[in-house]
Design a protein around this ligand. Structure first.
Ligand SMILES: CC(C)(COP(=O)(O)OP(=O)(O)OC[C@H]1O[C@@H](n2cnc3c(N)ncnc32)[C@H](O)[C@@H]1OP(=O)(O)O)[C@@H](O)C(=O)NCCC(=O)NCCS
Length: 343
């Protein structure tokens, strides 16, 4: 017989507040065209992207996270001192250790909140949300801050016409806390490591240890290119369109929700054609509001879902209490989908 007392958590968890930060610099397609052979029309029609935001030197991963989190805390009406854990999902914090989450927890004024980073690519927000729900129901935190933040402009090869136009920077954050009724459904998540090669970093950091990088690709000025994200666009596109619609349907089924019950659909903002195809496959009715934040935000990976959520609520296209299906998918390959009640 175990001598350990059971931990006591809340019956359920919910998102209580959301906040976003978009860097001040807006970058139109014309800027992207300075380095690649393409056209505004091609980028808009193939990806849906018209503009994206790129962070300046002051808009660091930590600074953007603190801004977004401050707004999420204000939206939730929760003081930072009550946050028990800070979970930061990012692939663009460039120090291996320590995690950026501890600096963010400190800058926000939390009371020594547990803090850690996760690397789950564009599914990172869903992974963080799932962990937060677990902590709250299990009792190890009353309130959890989940942050998705990226400076993907640092990891973009502007001379690669397959990716140069895709990525943007920004941070989105939510406060997750206790609830008396279910407000975050079961997560359907997973990984397909056999497809790891389809989205990856061009060169591992490890290569720079030897000092001999003479065989690495160079830019137009002859300088060795900084590692960047590269992908097999068509393979990822097909996977997203065929496999992720199934995962989204599984998340609806797991939550006991039919497409008719849904108010809002917030898929990862990777390509507007992927979004449109999922809407069709899922047979979402006309009344469902669909996030197409990609047009002015680009693909911000872990930040894309909370940023899109924040914008829909800010513009009044979605409202507090709406039932929303969220699904993230990307590098790994990994995915996570769930149904949530909007804050
Ligand atoms: C990147 C993406 C927009 C490219 O669109 P696509 O329709 O698949 O484009 P393709 O790579 O098949 O190329 C189609 C044609 O456009 C050309 N092309 C590629 N990039 C181009 C560009 N930037 N501008 C103009 N033409 C381009 C290709 O050379 C090809 O020409 P061809 O038909 O003469 O051979 C799309 O594949 C995509 O969004 N993939 C998934 C992205 C994603 O979800 N990533 C997840 C990260 S989380």
């Amino acid at each position: 017989m175990s001598k350990i007392k059971p931990s006591k958590g809340a019956p359920y968890a919910r998102i209580l507040g959301v906040g976003g930060y978009r860097p001040t610099r807006v970058v139109p397609n014309e800027v992207i065209l300075e380095k690649i052979d393409s056209s505004d029309e091609w980028i808009r029609s193939r990806s849906g992207i018209e503009t994206r935001h790129w962070a300046g030197p002051e808009e660091t991963v930590a600074a953007m996270s603190v801004e977004a989190s401050g707004k999420a805390l204000a939206d939730a009406g929760i003081d930072a001192s009550r946050i028990g854990a800070v979970v930061v999902s990012t692939v663009s914090h460039f120090s291996q250790t320590p995690a950026i989450a501890t600096e963010i927890a400190d800058k926000l004024g939390t009371d020594k909140a547990a803090a850690f980073d996760i690397s789950a690519g564009c599914a990172g927000f869903g992974y963080g949300l799932t962990l937060a729900k677990g902590m709250i129901v299990e009792g190890s935190a009353e309130y959890v801050l989940v942050i998705g933040v990226e400076r993907l402009s640092d990891l973009t090869d502007l001379e690669d016409r397959a990716t140069a136009f895709l990525f943007g920077d920004g941070a989105g954050a939510v406060v997750v806390g206790p609830s008396q009724e279910p407000a975050i459904g079961p997560t359907v998540w997973g990984s397909e490591g056999d497809k790891a090669e389809t989205i990856k970093q061009t060169v591992s950091w490890d290569r720079f240890r030897s000092g001999d990088v003479s065989d690495l690709p160079v830019d137009s000025e002859g300088k060795v290119k900084f590692p960047a994200i590269t992908q097999e666009g068509q393979a990822v596109f097909r996977w997203a369109v065929f496999e992720m619609a199934k995962v989204a349907q599984q998340a609806l089924d797991a939550a006991g929700i039919s497409p008719d019950d849904l108010d809002v659909f917030i898929p990862h903002q990777a390509n507007v054609r992927i979004i449109d195809s999922m809407v069709k496959t899922l047979k979402l009715p006309e009344h469902v509001t669909v996030a197409r934040d990609i047009r002015t935000t680009g693909n911000t990976s872990a930040a894309s879902i909370p940023l899109a959520m924040e914008r829909l609520l800010a513009t009044g296209d979605a409202k507090s209490g709406d039932t929303a299906l969220v699904i993230g998918f990307g590098a790994g390959l990994v995915y996570a989908a769930t149904v949530v009640t909007l804050p």
